[in-house]
Design a binder for this molecule. Sequence first.
Ligand SMILES: *[C@@H]1O[C@H](CO)[C@@H](O)[C@H](O)[C@H]1NC(C)=O
Length: 583
Amino acid sequence: MKLLSRARLAFSLLVSSVILASTALPVESSETELLVLTPDNFETTVSEGVWFVEHFSPYCGHCRNFAPTWKQLVEQTEKKADPGIHLAQVNCAIDGDLCRKNKVDGYPQMNLYKNGKYVETFKKARSLEILTEYLDAHAEPRAPPAPTTTAAPEPTAEPAPAVREKKPDVNPSGTVLKLNEANFRTYVDKGGILVKFFAPWCGHCKKLAPIWEQLAGEMQHTLEVAEVNCEDHGALCRLEGVSGYPMLFYYGGKEAKTEYTGARKLEPLKAFADKVSGPGVQELKYGELEARVAENSVLYLLLYAPSDRAIFNQVVDASHVLFGSPPLYTSSSSAFYDHYNIKAGTVAIVALKDHDPNVPAAVYEIPKPVSTADDRQELVDWLLRNRLPTALELDSDNFQDVMNAPHKPLVVLVATASRDLKQTAKEVGELARKWRDARGRAPVVFAWMDADKWGKWLKSMYGIKAGGLPRAVVANHTSLVYWDTDQFGETISLTSASVFSAVNGAMKGTIPYKHSENTIERLARYLNDKLVSVETYVVSNPWHTALWGFVLLIALFLGIKRLLSDTEDSREGGYLRKGGRLD
Ligand SMILES: *[C@@H]1O[C@H](CO)[C@@H](O)[C@H](O)[C@H]1NC(C)=O
């Protein structure tokens, strides 16, 4: 996971865990930012523009010697505003089939592609000078170099005429606003803008493009919908922490930025846009309580005295992290104070869940005033920690919100067959309520999942097979570990005794955990360790090397075979894994 977060633009969302495996191998140091292509994205990636692709194997000496030169070449190219040529690699130890397809007959081999077509294989000496010359000769910059867009953005340098300032209206034309180094900060600091970071060659981006246009149309006069082309404005994208394409952010103001991780279809995007552009908070009348609670599986109610206006503003400001989910209602009515038995004069937020208007799932008494950064952080943490319903069905839309919630919760996850969804939902709901009532605030999420829909994922993450459903595990997605037995050493069953003992054991560390990472990552790590120790051995025992070399070759052969079959397996499933996420 560390590797993944360190990797930047190069490791796009398209790149599956195969890349994670390849970065664990010895030839690449972790700080290089090289684009490694896989069978999944090779064709779509090279389909546009000029591409110079190095095919290498981490086990080849020439490749290792050449690695620093390649890195320099990449850096040199990336520095240019419009290099007109792209560099990428293919790891043949992992994607042997792709290398065979690309007619690779030695390492390293560099092929030139133009708009998806093979042009030639580079045959000259692999020196930086000759390669630079070669790239310059084949590059096809888009336009004559524009002197104004240099790599280092100077916000004050140019009061760009493109900046639509002093418009009385947001998104007046209902079209996608194009942002660049010159106008980005102006728009983003104002807040209320949804930005798509993309690269023209990426497949998911192409799919999203027409939807994004539609969204801009729908949000005319309501919300700015913008985009940044990361190929033209790479520095800006890096500065904004873009680690894959496309990446969507909502900017609520100077510091308030949140990634949109939901489905990239019009409907959910529109719902999100409506939420962020809608009224931030709504006043709740006592008589409306039941109706609002019936509508929302979670809602927050801020109780404050009119004289606490400053705190009110601070809470509203902090609540932007929620993007309207759950909604925040406010009231100063003493009826609510009585209803929830909260001392008059206190400022408090009440979390109401599971359509229960009477017993709050949690209450947060806000210190007066919210003066320090710590106070504010505590408030934000509370808002994020309590936002989920007690129990929910996990799917790709809420996966990020649940599994990667900032408070790193344990998740009790029950896999069940489609036909049993209702029954399981009921049982999980009951367990969740029991847990909540008995333990108060321990941050455990209860969820169920359709095993007919997510069978492959459940199997690879938690070893759950189709037989013997429903099956429960306790998972910590942050550290990619899970528990599938309770403290009695039995497979977790759907009883409170079993589930709660498993959760307790997981929290206290008294039950052994298992790793969710898939075989390919583990195998890569294993090979990596082996290789390092073999190298040490070769140096000190040259006479035994031949024998061990032979053994290693066999191990590698078997390993690579395994890797390839594993890769195919994960591709078949029709989902993309990035740190085990659903997509
Ligand atoms: C889950 O794992 C993360 C990372 O190791 C850890 O910080 C967190 O406390 C764990 N969560 C629980 C509830 O144990």
